[in-house]
Design a protein around this ligand. Structure first.
Ligand SMILES: [Zn+2]
Length: 95
């Protein structure tokens, strides 16, 4: 399944609920899920961490659906084999 297909699946499953909740409410859920991922990363439960990653991408896809952003197009057009900053693979930016 591609990122596009995943986002479309999320649309089929949740677009009504996501639209009713709105941008702000859905964004808040995404933030909450990112925080839960942060907590999971502190532990050693790989399965729990995997589920938090799933929740983050699911809520990110829901939010993208509401604001009509094609996640795959956005990601691949910015990160297309090269670092968008230094234009190299692997990234050679100095931090
Ligand atoms: Zn770079």
């Amino acid at each position: 399944m591609s990122i596009y297909e995943f986002q479309e699946m999320m649309r089929r499953l949740y677009i009504k609920r996501d639209s009713d909740r709105g941008i702000e409410g859905t964004y808040d859920w995404l933030v909450e899920e990112v925080e839960e991922l942060g907590e999971a990363l502190k532990g050693e439960d790989k399965e729990a961490t995997e589920k938090e990653f799933a929740d983050v991408i699911a809520w990110l896809a829901s939010l993208a659906n509401i604001v009509e952003i094609d996640l795959e197009k956005a990601a691949v057009s910015k990160y297309h084999n090269l670092c968008p900053k230094c234009q190299q693979t692997p990234c050679n930016c100095t931090f």
